[in-house]
Write a protein that binds this ligand. Structure first.
Ligand code: CMX
Length: 145
């Protein structure tokens, strides 16, 4: 069966919380993924990230705590390593968030923040999404990848 692609919502990345980036990267490399050389520290989120391309659009993001204040540190302390969130790219994050708020969906931030790659981001609380943490992102203008 052929499906029409929804251009306004594409999978950006699947994120995994890890304690050791090198170890996790080595595992996913042995699975066949190729990681970008550049790792990024996102101070605001308290994480260090490593990304690998999965297919034409989606990536795998490994998230290691940077410091002891961030959500990934807390997540690993409480639950251990594992699947952390899904991220979808949207065309216009501000209007998408307004649309969702109007439907009663709980978003974490009142105003979008700057995340990895300089993208604008917000999150849907897992309690509003059947137990799954969902990140919404709008591509930064400088990032055409
Ligand atoms: N996926 C699913 N459920 C989750 C979750 C996750 N990643 N993190 C927490 N939860 C659940 C908990 O299990 C808990 O449920 P119960 O009440 O049923 O036990 C509930 O949410 C509250 O959890 P908590 O441990 O008390 O955690 P907090 O409320 O302190 O924080 C959250 C949860 C989602 C608000 C926090 O993790 C957050 O602000 N996340 C957004 C920012 C983020 O994750 N940044 C990471 C880096 C982003 C990137 O660069 O990609």
């Amino acid at each position: 069966m052929k499906h029409d692609l929804i251009k306004d919502l594409t999978l950006s990345h699947i994120a995994i919380a890890v304690s050791d980036l090198d170890k996790a990267q080595s595992f996913y490399t042995s699975l066949g993924l190729k990681f970008f050389e550049r790792r990024e520290i996102v101070q605001d989120q308290g994480v260090e990230t490593a990304f690998a391309q999965i297919d034409q659009s989606a990536q795998l993001e490994l998230l290691k705590p940077h410091g002891e204040d961030g959500p990934i540190h807390q997540f690993i302390q409480k639950k251990g390593e594992g699947l952390h969130h899904l991220c979808f790219y949207v065309e216009d994050i501000k209007s998408k968030c307004q649309e969702l708020r109007a439907q009663g969906v709980k978003l974490l931030y009142e105003k979008e923040k700057v995340g990895a790659h300089g993208d604008l981001i917000n999150f849907i609380h897992p309690k509003s999404a059947g137990g799954v943490l969902i990140e919404l992102a709008q591509k930064s203008k400088g990032d055409k990848a």
